[in-house]
Ligand binder design. Structure first.
Ligand code: H2B
Length: 101
């Protein structure tokens, strides 16, 4: 089935189950704080692996002890879809495994 952009209502519903995530300029975004730069880099590596597994890729930024993600779905013209939320949920699991806040 073709992926479709979500409505504002559908986005709000899904955001309520993902504390820390928000929408900015038609992108689903979140940033995390980690205990060290090495731990932040390890989270980036894990996210990159999952993005390839899902074939869905965010803009992913590594800072000193931070990781920031921002994603939408290129194939529907840069709108937010279920694929973006599926990635966000997987990233939340990875972040918890690295004690991110
Ligand atoms: C060919 C490949 O499946 C596509 O280019 C994938 C790769 N990763 C992607 N990532 C994102 N965020 N949106 C896409 O539409 C997308 N498409």
């Amino acid at each position: 089935m073709a992926v479709e952009p979500l409505t504002e209502r559908e986005i709000e519903d899904r955001l309520s189950g993902l504390p820390g995530w928000r929408v900015a300029e038609d992108r689903l975004t979140r940033s995390y704080r980690l205990a060290s730069h090495a731990v932040a880099a390890a989270l980036v590596a894990d996210v990159a692996r999952v993005q390839d597994e899902l074939d869905h890729h965010s803009d992913l930024t590594l800072g000193y002890r931070t990781v920031a993600l921002s994603v939408n779905t290129h194939s529907v013209g840069g709108r937010i879809t279920e694929l973006d939320f599926a990635l966000a949920r997987r990233v939340e699991e990875l972040a918890a495994g690295h004690a991110a806040s």
